[in-house]
Design a protein around this ligand. Structure first.
Ligand SMILES: Cc1ncc(COP(=O)(O)O)c(C=O)c1O
Length: 320
């Protein structure tokens, strides 16, 4: 059993945690051993960080809390400002939950094919929603935010999670030390993909600092638009986020939608109710573990359960 650990909150977060005690629920998530596939990789362990335990139901609470804290500390996010960003899902919900609890107005620009459960969650926390055409893709939501901010820069705090260093720093300072302590330094492989690049960059950098031999296994959805939350990096027209550190990955693994969905469904029956990208992560972790096991090498493979399964009721994921 991994030990119970609590990593103290970084000093920059403290004023926010003092103001809104509910924000202390962010981070220090459990690490659970995934046993559902163990027969196929004897001698190798897989563990997953249960990020859906965060109050916003995803791994995005940590970076959003950090980016807002840095904005406040720098005097850029003041009480008169509206927090704005584009997001088709979890980051938007994190802005709504955290920004709303801190007393800020929050405006999320979102393509109009966003699911009802996401829109309702945003509304529940008081966020304003601005729609863009789904046909014009997610990039149109980004262009729209930039137009809105350019028209009234004094009114907005634009977080821009794709280029904000607070995004990866959140994982560098909290998620990675938690993984290290929870595995008692035994982690040998970290498996993840790229949405904004914050998770893999922050965790990858810190775990490598702690163990230079740590292997970082990059998973890439093999088709456009990819698995919800993970980019099909390198496909035509796909832009590589500024904060993603392209030097980290030791190997790259393709993963397809069908396999990701099947894996989420198996995890659900094993008591872990997470979304589609979590299925992609665990499916890839299983391949990494099988590869080690075939070569007779022990290993401790860690990945993430990124968000809560309920977020996908209006998709085909749970049509089983
Ligand atoms: C469900 C889900 N999985 C994975 C990711 C990727 O995380 P990151 O943005 O840190 O690369 C995200 C990010 O938005 C997400 O919402």
């Amino acid at each position: 059993m991994p030990p119970e650990v609590r990593i103290p909150a970084p000093a920059i977060l403290q004023p926010l945690l003092d103001r809104v005690p509910a924000l202390r629920l962010i981070g220090n998530t459990p690490l659970v051993r995934v046993t559902a596939f163990e027969d196929s990789h004897p001698g190798v362990e897989i563990h997953a960080k249960v990020e859906y335990f965060n109050p916003g139901g995803s791994l995005k609470d940590r970076p959003v809390l950090r980016m807002l804290a840095e904005g406040i500390a720098a005097g850029r996010l003041t009480p008169d400002k509206t927090i704005i960003d584009s997001s088709s899902g979890n980051a938007g919900i994190a802005y709504a939950v955290i920004g709303g609890a801190l007393g800020y107005k929050v405006e999320i620009v979102i393509p109009d094919n966003a699911s009802k459960e996401r829109l309702k969650r945003l509304a529940a926390h008081g966020a304003k929603i601005t729609h863009t055409s789904a046909q014009d893709g997610y990039d149109e939501a980004i262009r729209t935010v930039r137009r809105i901010v350019a028209a009234s820069p004094e009114k907005y705090f634009y977080c821009d999670q794709y280029s904000n260093d607070g995004n990866w720093r959140a994982h560098h300072e909290t998620t990675a030390p938690e993984i290290w302590a929870q595995t008692e330094g035994r982690v040998t492989h970290f498996v993840f993909g790229v949405g904004t690049g914050g998770t893999i960059t922050g965790i990858g950098r810190r775990l490598r600092e702690l163990n230079p031999d740590l292997q970082i296994e990059l998973l890439v959805p093999d088709a456009f638009p990819g698995v919800e939350g993970l980019k099909p990096l390198g496909s035509p027209g796909d832009h590589v986020p500024e904060i993603y550190d392209t030097t980290l990955a030791s190997r790259t693994w393709d993963v397809d939608d069908e396999k990701s969905w099947q894996t989420s469904q198996i995890l659900a029956r094993a008591g872990l109710f997470a979304g589609q990208s979590s299925g992609a992560c665990v499916a890839t972790a299983v391949r990494v573990a099988q590869d080690l096991s075939r070569r007779g090498q022990p290993g401790v493979v860690v990945t993430m359960l990124c968000d809560i399964g309920e977020r996908y009721f209006s998709t085909r994921l749970w049509d089983v």
